[in-house]
Structures are given as structure tokens and as C-alpha cells.
Ligand binder design. Structure first.
Ligand SMILES: Cc1cc2nc3c(=O)[nH]c(=O)nc-3n(C[C@H](O)[C@H](O)[C@H](O)COP(=O)(O)OP(=O)(O)OC[C@H]3O[C@@H](n4cnc5c(N)ncnc54)[C@H](O)[C@@H]3O)c2cc1C
Length: 404
């Protein structure tokens, strides 16, 4: 890797690598087969400190930014892109609050999230509202100091292992895109219920669930951002969260490539190791080049994002303002184009690399016990969630057409 990371980031790489090999690896195959999340892992993650990466020290964090988060997700995903998910999904759930929460909400939620005492999850998608978030039907009706929320969500990652759910609901359905608001809801709220868990192609050990909300009473103090700002919260959350999907994709591809190259070096056919056939070694060279390009692009983007993130967080705490207001003062730039580009590129090359790895390993590549086909199955979802790759292309094209 060409990048020079700072001491904290190097430490995160080491701790995540050790965690992945020592703790995730022994659980990986069994829990993929069982399509279950190993509950003992929650305690291990809590001890790991990984949940603290994005938060400033004031709230119990280590202030290592998106670079720290991506390095952690990448290292964990090299071993298992599914068991790697709790720090990623809790960050996705937390980012709306990180950007938009006021000081009171930060004090209420951040220490719990940074310590791993509670995990956050993100629940936007509904059966009739996937790529088109504006068509959600979950409603939040104001009643004095509370909102009464009714509706359902599906495909919620880490669905039955999280504690604080970020829910998008319509507070003014007649206002369309400007009538959506964002709420933090505790799993113990009356009327909040986890529904069925999906059976999936990949990331099988991470529970993807439905959520039912029946007359859930939420205080107005748990609205994240102003009323009607839900779509902005959503779009800006994706600017900050999509690099994490790219990191997951890159980690998965690296894991597959490592196993493949080791195998091709020792596997002999026609009296020579398979990697010595030029058709094979050239393929490896192409895959490794794409991977390196994706990594360099990812860490360039997040290191630039972290410059404004860290400075703006300091100002947000000093001025008692939401982070987003301070970010806007520092830089007019939104990261939409770059975060969509890296999510698009990294997930596409990860699927390409992992399926080529299956090809290169021949029959062994197809066998569950060998471990490469799991990387291919796990890579697929990175092209779909946090906006399908067509949606990334729409967003990139929109930004480009504004530039010229
Ligand atoms: C395993 C898994 C975990 C998930 N976790 C979460 C989660 O934690 N929280 C959450 O809220 N959601 C989650 N999702 C939902 C995910 O973000 C959506 O599945 C995704 O945004 C696509 O929506 P959809 O499935 O409804 O597809 P659709 O919107 O129905 O799209 C179907 C196809 O049409 C294409 N398409 C749609 N509109 C356009 C367009 N305008 N231009 C071009 N092509 C278009 C899409 O690219 C796609 O190929 C998860 C999904 C999966 C599979």
C-alpha cells in the first residue's frame, strides 16, 4: 500500500488484523453455514474499542476519523466481510447523529455508541421504497412534544442485534421530499418490534430484518436534524458512509486474492505451478492493479474528508452546534461525487476479483470448505446496499453535469 498512515491508524490496522485472525476466523465458516450471528462476538467487539473510532475524545472516542473506520472495516473484511459488519452498521446508524445531532443528543447517545454499550442501525428501506427513498410510507404524526410513528421497514442490517434505530418517516406526506424527518428510536420503545430475518446469498451471519413500528411514541428531542430535513440527513449520511462499503468491498477482494495466489503457487498441473502460466499470472496482475487503484482512491478520499471532519468537530463542540453547520463553514464541498465513485468502483472490482478468484482456483474455488466462494457471495451486496450501483452512477453523472 502506497499510503503513509499515522500512528493511530497503524495501530488500528494491527488491532483489526489481530481481531480478524484471532476472533473472526474461527467463527467464520460455522456462522455462515448457520446463517446466524454469534452473540459472543458482541462482547468481543465491545472490548475491541472499534466503535470509538469516529467520535472525539469528549464523548469517549479516539477521533480517528473515516480513515480509521475504513482501515478497521477493510482489515476485518479480509477475513469475513459479514462478521465484520457490526462496527460498519453501527457507524452507518450513527452518522446521521454525528452530522446533525445537537449537543444534548450528542451527550445522550455518543458515549453509549463509542463504548459499544449500544449499537446503532439504519432503517430507511421499505418494501415499496428502495432506490426511491421519497416513496416511504412510514409516518410520524406530531402529538404535543411527541411523534407517533407507524409503518414498517425491511432489509435492516444488524437488525436484531442493535439498540438504537435511525428511522426515516414522513412528518408531512403532502410535502413530498421535504416532508421526511429522521428519528432515533430505542429498541425497547413500546410498539417497536423486529420482524422476520431474511435468508440471503451472502453476508449470511449478519441479520437482515424487518422492523415494525406500531404507535411508537418518540420525543421531539429524538428527532435528528430539523423537521422535514430527513432527505438531507439521508443524502449527507451516504456521503460519509459509502467509503465504508468500499472498504468492506476492498477487504473482501484482498482476502480472496490472498488465498488464491497462495493456492496457485502450490497447485501444480502439467508439471508446473499454475501461477507460472502467463494467462494466469497476467490475470492476477490485472486484479492486483485494480485493487491497488481502489485502495489508493479510497484512502485519498477519506484522508481529505477527515481534514474538514476533525476541524469541524472541534468547532461544533466549542460552539455547541451540530457538526453539519460547522462543516458547511469550513468547506462548501460535499463529498457526494467521490463517495459514490469509490463505492461504485470498489464494489464492482471486488465482485469481479472474487468471481475471478473462484475461476482461478478451479473446482476447489467452488467448494465451501476452501473458502473463496464465500468472498464472492459476500462481495455481491456491496454493489447493492447504500444505493445500488446504478444509483451511484446517477449521482455521479448529476454532479459531473453540474461541473461542466
Ligand atoms: C443484505 C442487505 C442489507 C441491507 N441493509 C440495509 C440497511 O441496513 N438499511 C436500509 O435502510 N436498507 C438496507 N438495505 C437496502 C438497500 O439499500 C436496497 O436494497 C437498495 O437501496 C436497493 O433498493 P431495492 O432493493 O428496493 O431495489 P430497487 O430500488 O427496486 O431497484 C431494483 C433495480 O432497479 C435499478 N434502479 C432503480 N431505480 C433506478 C434508477 N433511477 N436508475 C437506474 N436504475 C434504477 C436498481 O439499480 C436495481 O438494479 C439492504 C439491502 C440488502 C440486500
Amino acid at each position: 500500500m502506497l499510503f503513509n498512515f499515522n500512528e493511530t491508524h497503524e495501530e488500528i490496522i494491527k488491532l483489526s488484523k489481530d481481531f480478524a485472525n484471532g476472533i473472526l476466523k474461527p467463527l467464520s465458516e460455522e456462522y455462515d453455514d448457520r446463517e446466524e450471528f454469534p452473540l459472543s462476538l458482541l462482547e468481543e467487539y465491545k472490548k475491541s474499542g472499534f466503535y470509538s473510532i469516529l467520535y472525539p475524545e469528549e464523548y469517549g472516542g479516539i477521533n480517528a476519523g473515516l480513515t480509521g473506520l475504513c482501515l478497521c472495516i477493510e482489515e476485518l473484511s479480509k477475513v469475513d466481510g459479514s462478521l465484520a459488519l457490526p462496527p460498519a452498521t453501527s457507524a452507518l446508524g450513527a452518522i446521521p447523529m454525528i452530522l446533525y445531532a445537537n449537543e444534548e443528543q450528542r451527550k445522550k447517545y455518543f458515549p453509549l455508541l463509542a463504548s459499544g454499550e449500544k449499537l446503532a442501525a439504519f432503517a430507511l428501506t421499505e418494501p415499496e421504497a428502495g432506490s426511491d427513498a421519497t416513496s416511504i410510507t412510514t409516518q410520524a404524526k406530531k402529538e404535543g412534544d411527541y411523534y407517533l410513528i407507524n409503518g414498517m421497514k425491511h432489509f435492516c442490517s444488524s437488525g436484531n442485534i442493535s439498540d438504537i434505530y435511525i428511522i426515516f418517516a414522513k412528518t408531512a406526506p403532502e410535502k413530498g421530499a421535504r416532508g421526511i424527518s429522521c428519528f432515533a428510536i430505542d429498541k425497547n420503545a413500546e410498539g417497536f418490534k423486529i420482524g422476520k430475518k431474511e435468508k440471503k446469498l451472502g453476508i449470511k451471519s449478519n441479520p437482515t430484518t424487518e422492523i415494525f413500528l406500531e404507535n411508537v411514541r418518540v420525543s421531539k428531542n429524538d428527532m435528528i436534524g430539523p423537521e422535514g430535513f430527513g432527505l438531507f440527513v439521508l443524502q449527507e449520511t451516504f456521503d460519509y458512509s459509502r467509503p465504508g462499503v468500499a472498504a468492506q468491498a476492498i477487504g473482501i477482494a484482498e482476502g480472496a486474492l490472498e488465498i488464491t495466489v497462495k493456492y496457485l503457487k502450490q497447485r501444480k498441473q502439467f508439471g508446473q505451478s499454475i501461477i507460472s502460466f502467463q494467462a494466469v499470472s497476467h490475470k492476477i496482475a490485472e486484479l492486483a492493479t485494480k485493487l491497488e487503484a481502489a485502495k489508493s482512491f479510497l484512502y485519498l478520499i477519506v484522508s481529505r474528508m477527515d481534514e474538514s471532519y476533525t476541524q469541524a468537530f472541534e468547532n461544533a463542540i466549542k460552539n455547541q452546534k451540530p457538526l453539519r453547520e460547522e462543516l458547511k463553514k469550513i468547506s462548501k464541498e460535499r463529498w457526494t461525487k467521490y463517495s459514490a465513485m469509490i463505492k461504485l468502483y470498489a464494489s464492482d472490482i471486488a465482485f469481479d476479483i472474487t468471481q475471478e478468484c473462484v475461476n482461478l482456483c478451479g473446482g476447489m474455488g467452488y467448494m465451501r470448505s476452501f473458502g473463496v466462494e464465500k468472498f464472492m457471495r459476500d462481495a455481491k451486496v456491496t454493489q447493492i446496499y447504500e444505493g445500488s450501483n446504478n444509483i451511484q452512477k446517477n449521482e455521479i453523472a448529476l454532479q459531473i453535469s453540474k461541473e461542466y
